[in-house]
Design a protein around this ligand. Structure first.
Ligand SMILES: NC(=O)c1ccc[n+]([C@@H]2O[C@H](COP(=O)([O-])OP(=O)(O)OC[C@H]3O[C@@H](n4cnc5c(N)ncnc54)[C@H](OP(=O)(O)O)[C@@H]3O)[C@@H](O)[C@H]2O)c1
Length: 231
């Protein structure tokens, strides 16, 4: 299987990319941190699959275009799995929210998945097979005080997923949003929940593998992955 994983330098994306590689899949991994990507290339030398990497900033649309070109070339225009995982979070009351923060979250959490999905969907349609996984959040199902920007992007990502599924289904292409609660990654290092009580990044890998293993006609709606006993 050929997979493109964004946000693969940390947390969930790194775990997903490492897991897919260990299983012998070809992975195109991206993030901004070129040092971490270099380290990943070293680690991947002993792994079963082939790793391609590109450092790029998804905040910039021209960088996303560069990523699309590099990944489709490296994967020979065959993409079986796209994981739109890269994401950032800011929290604060609406009155204190700046336009810069708004634009940054929209660019990384929403525009980049849109551009990558727009480029990948026709490839998958032509193949007659493919899976797009968008990492939303429980904050994409419910909004709280102080979560406006993050929730707006994660709700909208579910909207994108719905249209991708509707447009991809006649050609055998699936799209699913995964909506986790707290996952033990650097993103939530300040959360009021001990790491040991959080969902583990490997749980997202397992969920993606479950999705890939379903028969062609089976597709779940959004997958809400709750933490036992809370969000
Ligand atoms: N952890 C949770 O509790 C939780 C819960 C629900 C949903 N999620 C979602 O899960 C996804 C992954 O989060 P995580 O918890 O694994 O966070 P993380 O450990 O902070 O990783 C975030 C990843 O996104 C990449 N990224 C951020 N800004 C980028 C940019 N401008 N351009 C390119 N890449 C960028 C980072 O790469 P660089 O640093 O190399 O740029 C990093 O690889 C996010 O969409 C997040 O909203 C997380």
């Amino acid at each position: 299987m050929n997979a493109l994983v964004t946000g693969a330098t940390s947390g969930i994306g790194l775990s997903v990319a490492q897991g897919l590689l260990a299983l012998g899949h070809n992975v195109f991994a991206t993030g901004r941190n070129s040092g971490r990507l270099g380290q990943f290339r070293e680690e991947a030398k002993g792994m079963a699959g082939t790793l391609h990497t590109l450092a790029c900033d998804l905040e910039r649309p021209e960088e996303v275009e560069r990523l699309i070109k590099a990944s489709t070339d490296a994967l020979s225009h065959k993409i079986d799995l796209l994981v739109n995982n890269a994401g950032i979070a800011t929290f604060g009351e609406i009155e204190e929210t700046t336009l810069e923060e708004f634009e940054r979250l929209m660019a990384v959490n929403l525009r980049a998945p849109f551009l990558l999905s727009r480029a990948t969907l026709p490839i998958m349609k032509k193949q007659g097979d493919g899976l797009i996984v968008n990492i939303s959040s429980v904050a994409g199902l419910e909004a709280w005080a102080g979560s406006s920007l993050y929730s707006m992007t994660k709700f909208a990502l579910r909207g994108l997923t719905g249209s991708l599924l509707a447009e991809g289904a006649p050609s055998g292409v699936k799209a699913v949003a995964i909506c986790p609660g707290y996952v033990a990654t650097p993103l939530v290092s300040g959360a009021p929940v001990p790491e040991s009580e959080m969902i583990q990044p490997e749980d997202i890998l397992k969920t993606i593998l479950y999705l890939r293993d379903l028969s062609p006609a089976a597709v779940p709606g959004d997958i809400v992955l709750k933490r036992l006993g809370g969000l």
